[in-house]
Design a protein around this ligand. Sequence first.
Ligand code: ING
Length: 305
Amino acid sequence: MSRALTVAAGQLGPIERADGRPSVVARLIALLERAKAAGCALVAFPEMALTPFFPRRLVEDDEELAGYFESEMPGPETRPLFQAAADLQVGFALGYCERARQNGLERFFNSAVLVGPDGAVIGKYRKVHVPGTRDPVPGLPVQHMEPRYFSDGDLGFPVWPAFGSRIGLAICNDRRWPETYRLLRLAGAELLLIGYNTPAHLPDAPWQNDLRGFHHRLPMQAGAYQNSLFVVAAAKAGVEEGVEMLAESCVIAPSGELLAQAEGVGDELVVARLDLEMAERYRRFLDLEGSRRSEAYGPIAAPTR
Ligand code: ING
């Protein structure tokens, strides 16, 4: 038996501060149209796909900061993207900065929505692993201050039945940690869509510069194999606000193999035809729900230092 699903990573080139929502939304719609022509049912867009990755700097102007956040999804400026999805019958996942109201308090999350081929929101995920520091690290030319701007996600790792599969979302740094894949798989996921903004170089760890692409793929290929998942990973790429970003969007099979990879560093569709039954075959072969949760582990020890 085979269950075919053609998907794509919708890689984006840089988004500059002066680019308004309408120009970004037009780029996203152009990718959806190309996805339709390529026979895709679903496109994964990057983390923070509507704005520059501003947490690399201090945003001291409240109005500028407010301009990066969405208080509804879709909102007036993003609605054309949702309409295009419905017209084309192509779904998508979209990363964005969420402004939420909880018990009368404003909260801010690094979020993503999954949208069906009818243009309706299926579900929302809020980034769990929010990396970096609250305050600038002295001497660092490029900062990473996500905790300054975002709370940790409070929705866990939800999984939705959609597109003839079971789909989960993760955002950038989430892809480096085994719990992401494990929790999603135990909740039934077989397809994981990940958006990211990853600097191509680390100013504080230049000894890792040659390994950036490897350290991007290694946990995703391992996570895919160990949990029998397909992974679609979509970059914000190119030089954004003077910072070079890792491109290398890709699609990975439950075998751990790379099925497709981006060639450039701009807006690009990375298409792969998945046989979802492969996730089922590997799941059964690896006996994921059985031998991988052994009582023979014994009690989990307290950390030794
Ligand atoms: N980006 C980074 C990533 O994991 C990060 C996080 C922080 C990388 C600090 C390097 C240094 O690729 C996001 N957006 O999570």
